[in-house]
Write a protein that binds this ligand. Structure first.
Ligand SMILES: *Cc1c(COP(=O)(O)O)cnc(C)c1O
Length: 792
């Protein structure tokens, strides 16, 4: 029986009720979609009670609230997640027995809510789960994009994009709130402190309840959709101009139409600035409306409210909050001081090309009053720090520096791993850190164990619960209690059987969807993440080519069977990343069709990597590829998902890899590569790549094969761009790290031969990953940044 006492019979009744009265369908003539909707509504009904109770409790105790502002929430599917958090997973399965399709079929029918690009958006989703699990009164705020991240297909090995369409079917987890609507202005004139926008749209709220573990608390994710202020131009319609009549509507809706498919380069597009302001203004208007419903003193805002900005995307929050507080009667100085005690900023990247900057012309045009306020904030900061270096100006070279604005106006600024936070202090924000030495704190990222272990890996979570009991789901440090069992051969056998079960399931799926046979007894070596030069999928595939070459030269050698699995999308405009995708697919075709390797090596690249694919691949992985150029990956969270599920990491000392290695132990981690300071030093050597290539016969052979067109028959020039970059523009040091990576891969193959030892290393990873629960991360934010406690 479930926590709330719901029996399978009661849930079946509820599902049938919704089939009949919500969907208007007879059970005998219902589609999979109908059943999924009915089950979702039946489960959603059981979230509403704790949801209301959480709101009541928050008002009763006047608890301090947290607001998480993010342009991305990479949520994934919700049905099974809700069922698990409510303790109704098994009940739901039994409720459908004999009357409808299997629960698993319903789960698989749900489209992913892909309102994010990658790690940054997924972090926001994990945080929502943890905030509700801990019982922090919190709201997530974002945009209800009509089209989430594009769908990826391969055409002749090349990435092709099609629009994603998650809202074509009804989204059963949202409540539309037409009464919660705010006007958002753009452009126009400023008269003193009064702004008269020339355009405006309406932001309307759509609420998703986010229920925590065991259904004890539920928070709200409020997503804004853009609507026109005037629905329709009736004059034009009556004049017969039907297209023009619908124009105001189409224009307004553009703002929440599509997710920008890239979070690693800054594009400077007006529509993007409008999206950022649209979400941020709607959120702040909503926050202040709620605040002033029970408070009267605007200056007390930071006592009751903490606002977190996920990257600089919502950094327009500081001038917007000041503007809204000035409308309420505060002076500029009072408003600025209130804002800077309320706002906090999370930095996610050191890549200079990702730091947002807006030309003062564009900012002045789209948000004229905000431009004025930013100039005043710049003056205010200069007066407070008369000797400040020029570099810390909010406006530099006629561009508004959003990172600087976010930093200066934040109570706390945080990095997302220990190494990243130190590099933030030493590089991007070195000058600001010298002026504000107390501001920067570290909050190492985490992942929710409910989705990334309990939901994604039933065989392993079952084994864990049988071994140490339940309760680890919301107290992940308890996994340490597995340690004694690791010396027990029986436990290791079962651990190994759980992994094998997941590998067989993945092999079946790959055969079914890609028509490629892979051997479940081979090493499953997985690199899934956005395709980016700094993440170095190229290093992996070049070493794969080298391995293939060596197997062909010595077919009777003592080789260990391996499957290299890739997954990930490139930003549509990122030509180099797209070339890497094409290359991986060409290598895969060549190797998989080569009879000489006799299945010892396979390369598979299933298209359209997303959260659901991650849930399928990660529990089946033996090796986790975390091989970014040191100093470039802020944290990573994929690395945590893998290690928690008992994959061994091959990785550089980058991002959270450093802390993962400390936790799981250096003996249970395959380390290689230059360190962050060594990377900087290496780049100073003018011909570092050529030196590395000439020192490595293996790498030389690989480059030779590519140059001969072995992977692009009839088109030998195809990868000359890749070759040219390795030889002459190897900024990410693929050549310099090749031999180290190759040696680590050799160690992996060697270690695999002792399966007992391997599985003990894998189990130690699982047992020692408790630290990386996003519950721990959120508790860090609560103590160091927000000054809030659980209200549960
Ligand atoms: C976890 C996750 C990411 C982040 O992966 P990294 O390896 O940390 O870059 C990206 N996309 C999806 C779908 C994820 O689940």
């Amino acid at each position: 029986m479930a926590l709330d006492g719901t029996t399978p019979e009661e849930l079946r009744e509820a599902v049938l009720w919704h089939l009949t009265y919500t969907l208007g369908k007879d059970a005998g003539h219902s589609s999979l979609y109908d059943w999924r909707m009915a089950m979702s509504f039946a489960l959603r009904d059981r979230i509403v009670e704790p949801w209301f109770a959480s709101t009541r409790k928050t008002y009763e105790t006047a608890a301090k609230r947290v607001y998480y502002l993010s342009l991305e929430f990479l949520i994934g599917r919700l049905l099974e997640d809700a069922a698990i958090n409510l303790g109704l997973r098994d009940v739901a399965e039994r409720a459908l027995k004999g009357v409808g399709p299997a629960f698993d079929e319903l789960v698989a029918d749900e489209p992913d809510a892909a309102l994010g690009n990658g790690g940054l958006g997924r972090l926001a989703a994990c945080f929502l789960d943890s905030l509700s699990t801990i019982g922090v009164p919190a709201h997530g705020y974002g945009i209800r994009y009509e089209h989430g991240l594009f769908r990826q297909r391969f055409e002749g090995g090349r990435q092709a994009e099609t629009a994603e369409d998650w809202l074509r079917q009804k989204h059963p987890w949202e409540f539309e709130r037409p009464e919660v609507a705010y006007e958002i202005g753009f452009k126009g004139q400023v008269h003193g402190d009064f702004w008269e926008p020339a355009e405006s749209v309406i932001a309307t709220a759509h609420d998703m309840p986010i229920v925590g573990w065991q259904g004890k608390w539920a928070n709200t994710l409020r997503l804004w959709a853009a609507e026109p202020t005037e629905l329709f131009d009736l004059d034009r319609f009556n004049a017969g101009d039907y297209a023009a009549a619908a124009e105001p509507e189409a224009l307004a809706r553009t703002i929440s139409r599509v997710l920008y498919p890239d979070d690693t380069t800054y594009a400077g597009k007006e529509l993007r600035l409008k999206q950022e302001y649209f979400m941020t203004s709607a959120a702040l208007q909503d926050i202040l409306r709620r605040y002033f419903a029970t408070n009267s003193n605007a200056r007390d805002l930071p006592k009751h409210v903490a606002i977190q900005l996920n990257d600089t995307h919502p950094a327009i929050a500081s001038p917007e909050l000041i503007r809204l507080l000035m409308v309420r009667g505060l002076t500029f100085e009072e408003a600025a001081s209130t804002a800077e005690r309320t706002l906090n900023y999370t930095n996610h990247t050191l890549l200079p090309e990702a730091l947002e900057r807006w030309s003062t012309w564009l900012m002045g045009n789209v948000l004229p009053q905000h431009m004025d306020l930013i100039e005043r904030l710049d003056d205010r900061h200069r007066k407070a720090h008369p000797n400040r270096p020029k570099s810390v100006g909010l406006v530099l070279n006629n561009e508004v520096q959003m990172g600087t604005l976010a930093f200066v106006m934040a109570n706390r600024v945080n990095g997302v791993s220990a190494l990243h936070t130190e590099l933030v202090k030493e590089t991007v924000f070195a000058d600001l850190h010298a002026l504000h030495p107390e501001k920067i704190v570290n909050e190492t990222n985490g992942i929710t164990p409910r989705r990334w272990l309990k939901l994604a890996n039933p065989p392993l979570s079952g084994l864990i619960s049988e071994t140490i009991g339940e309760g680890w789901e919301a107290d992940l440090d308890r996994l340490q209690a597995l340690e004694p069992a690791i010396d027990d051969a029986g436990f290791i056998e079962r651990f190994s059987a759980a992994k094998r079960h997941n590998k067989v399931a993945l092999a079946d799926w790959i055969r079914g969807t890609m028509d490629i046979a892979i051997d479940p007894d081979a090493i499953f070596d997985v690199q899934i993440k956005r395709i980016h030069e700094y993440k170095r999928q190229l290093l992996n595939i070049l070493q794969t080519v080298s391995l293939w070459h060596r197997i062909r030269q010595n077919p009777n050698g003592d080789w260990v069977p391996q499957v290299r699995i890739f997954g990930g999308k490139s930003a549509p405009g990122y030509a180099v990343a797209k070339e890497i995708i094409h290359f991986i697919n060409d290598v895969a075709r060549t190797i998989n069709s080569d009879p000489e390797v006799r299945g010892l090596l396979k390369v598979v690249y299933p298209p359209n990597y997303n959260v659901s694919m991650a849930e399928r691949l990660i529990p089946a992985a033996d090796v986790s590829e975390q091989i970014s150029t040191a100093g470039k990956e802020a944290s990573g969270t994929g690395n945590m998902k893998f290690a928690l599920n008992g994959a061994l990491t091959v990785g550089t000392l980058d991002g959270a890899n450093v802390e993962i290695r400390e936790q799981v132990g250096a003996d249970n981690f395959f380390l290689f590569g230059l360190t962050a300071p060594e990377v900087v030093a290496r780049r100073r050597i003018p011909d570092h790549a050529r030196l590395a290539i000439e020192a490595s016969q293996n790498l030389k052979d690989v480059l030779q094969l590519i140059a001969e067109g072995v992977f692009s028959p009839g088109d030998p020039e195809r990868y000359h761009g890749i070759l040219d970059r390795i030889w002459h523009h190897d900024y990410f040091l693929v050549a310099s790290d090749f031999d180290g990576y190759d040696a680590a891969q050799g160690d992996i193959a060697q270690a695999w031969k002792d399966q007992g030892h391997w599985m003990r290393m894998a189990a130690r990873n699982t047992a020692r990953m408790g630290y990386f629960s996003s519950d721990r991360t959120i508790r860090g934010y609560m103590a160091d940044i927000w000054d809030v406690t659980s209200a549960m």
